[in-house]
Design a protein around this ligand. Structure first.
Ligand code: NAP
Length: 245
């Protein structure tokens, strides 16, 4: 990925940080997006720089159209192009549907699904001119098979799968691939908040009987973002220890 420029949303921590650092390890310069945690994003920038990459932190709430436009504009102004976009930013607001407020539904859809659309829309305009692009979206096993207590999240992540396939068809002729990774249960702050009993039951349901690490997801993202995947588009890979089988 030497000479490539990667934009990774929500890259201050968790899976996004592992992806950003992986891109840096493989030679790309990295735009580390965050919405609230500036210190964490700056730490990711430092980790990327330690791998020999150029990196900057850019604040943008992906649910806001104008902020996504500014994010992509900043990447182009700083690095001259955008070759790789990883739509990783995501939130959960888990509740049973009966107790789910409008705001719980709307905010999860707006960050996870609309945010992915926003960044793809602006980045793909640049990629079309370049006749090159790699877009990787973060879906979830919850979007593949649904999950009780996550109607909002499951809908958003199923939407990401549809969006990925539609965009893959729209952009293929311009040498832009669009794929998605659907993680299972990965050890990050997102899953740290789950009660121990719930975590234990989830792990029991995973064929490999263990949670995954952010680096497991970075491995799959790295494949889709690389030249090795140039003939792969519109695909969803579950990185989940067999959870969705
Ligand atoms: P995490 O530790 O909670 O981190 C989420 C990241 O998203 C943070 O860096 C956060 O940055 C950023 N973010 C949240 N709202 C944002 C917004 N509006 N605009 C820009 N950035 C925003 O989550 P994670 O576990 O690493 O998850 C990363 C992705 O993988 C998500 O899309 C998630 O749905 C997906 N996933 C995770 C799991 C899992 O088990 N962990 C499973 C399936 C799918 P700020 O703090 O700066 O807001």
């Amino acid at each position: 990925m030497r000479g490539r420029v990667a934009v990774v949303t929500g890259a201050g921590r968790g899976i996004g940080r592992a992806i950003a650092v992986r891109m840096a390890c493989e030679g790309a310069d990295v735009v580390v997006n965050y919405s609230g945690s500036e210190a964490a994003a700056l730490e990711t920038v430092k980790m990327c720089e330690e791998k020999g990459a150029k990196a900057i932190a850019v604040k943008a709430d992906v649910s806001k159209t104008d902020e996504c436009l500014a994010l992509i504009d900043t990447a182009v102004n700083e690095f001259g192009k955008v070759d790789i976009l990883v739509n990783n930013a995501g939130i959960t607001k888990d509740k049973l549907m009966m107790a789910m407020k409008d705001e719980d539904f709307d905010s999860v859809i707006n960050v996870n699904l609309k945010g992915t659309f926003n960044c793809m829309k602006f980045a793909s305009k640049i990629m079309m001119k370049q006749r090159y692009g790699r877009i990787v979206n973060l879906s979830s096993v919850s979007g593949v098979r649904g999950n009780a207590g996550q109607a909002n999240y499951s809908a958003s992540k199923a939407g990401v799968i549809g969006l990925t396939k539609a965009a893959a068809k729209e952009l293929a002729s311009r040498n832009i691939t669009v794929n998605a990774v659907a993680p299972g249960m990965i050890d990050t702050e997102m899953t740290a908040v789950l009660p121990d009993k719930v975590k234990a039951a989830m792990i029991e349901s995973i064929p490999v009987k263990a949670a995954g690490k952010p680096e497991d997801i970075a491995n799959a993202v790295s494949f889709f973002a690389s030249e090795k995947a140039s003939y792969v588009t519109g695909q969803i890979i579950c990185v989940d220890g067999g959870m969705a089988v």
